[in-house]
Design a binder for this molecule. Structure first.
Ligand SMILES: [Zn+2]
Length: 253
């Protein structure tokens, strides 16, 4: 007797994903029940304001679900670098919590029904080519699905693009990151035109990124959006890495 479709699906998934938990390595699904539970327990209701130390001027109020280490880090890396697409939904649900915290923290008083704009931090085109997909955008789209299910109208707007010559931030120090990013992002005019026809009014703009390190990317993204008249209410991230402080969001503006 042939296996029923769900079994086939699981088998195919395990074949593609290696059949082990991306966080703990236990054989089975890509996120084992134990790790899924710990992720869910740690995160919902728990996104906290976070500030890199030193905090760059112009950093929007930034929220993170936790420290970028342990299971969270392994899952983000597995999704981003190893293409484990099954992790998009649980990570997206986490990011959604961070977005909700950013909205609540920023005093979202928009008329009901007015959409919130989620703007992903842009990936370098070379990284998108290498990975075959824009992992950051996939994550934000997954977060948007969670938010819509919870009655929050959101529009995912990949408005930002990077200038040529931008190098990977990983391995750069605080000063180097800031210099690498200064003036490096811009809003794509054609995307903005299309968006404004589709969504004439937005309640708030929330920047989304998987990880906040020095805050340089969020500062630069925020600057580029403000330059076209889109002030950023806050930034939602999954994890915060490096030296940081938790406390009132924003820090030096
Ligand atoms: Zn596990």
């Amino acid at each position: 007797m042939p296996p029923d479709p769900p079994t086939l699906l699981c088998a195919a998934r395990d074949l593609f994903l290696g059949g082990s938990c991306a966080a703990c390595g236990r054989r089975g699904s890509v996120l084992c029940p134990g790790c899924r539970a710990s992720l869910v327990q740690e995160a919902p209701g728990a996104p906290r304001p976070t500030r890199p130390d030193p905090c760059p001027a112009g950093l929007p109020p930034t929220w993170a679900c936790g420290a970028y280490e342990g299971a969270l880090r392994q899952l983000v890396v597995a999704h981003k670098e190893h293409g484990q697409q099954a992790l998009a939904a649980p990570l997206g649900a986490l990011l959604a919590e961070s977005v909700l915290a950013a909205l609540a923290g920023g005093g979202d008083h928009a008329p009901p029904g007015t959409p919130v704009l989620l703007v992903p931090a842009p990936s370098r085109p070379s990284a998108v080519r290498a990975r075959g997909r824009d992992a950051a955008l996939v994550l934000v789209r997954a977060a948007a699905r969670t938010l819509r299910r919870r009655g929050v109208p959101v529009v995912v707007a990949p408005l930002l693009t990077t200038r040529p010559g931008l190098v990977d931030q990983a391995g750069l120090g605080v000063q180097e990151r800031a210099a690498n990013l200064d003036g490096s992002l811009r809003v794509r005019p054609e995307q903005l035109r299309r968006l404004s026809r589709r969504v004439p009014e937005v309640a708030a703009v929330v920047l989304c990124d998987d990880v906040v390190t020095t805050g340089a990317t969020l500062v630069e993204a925020s600057r580029a959006l403000r330059a076209v008249g889109l002030p950023v209410l806050g930034a939602a991230t999954l994890g915060a890495t490096g030296r940081r402080r938790t406390g009132p969001p924003g820090g030096r503006r």
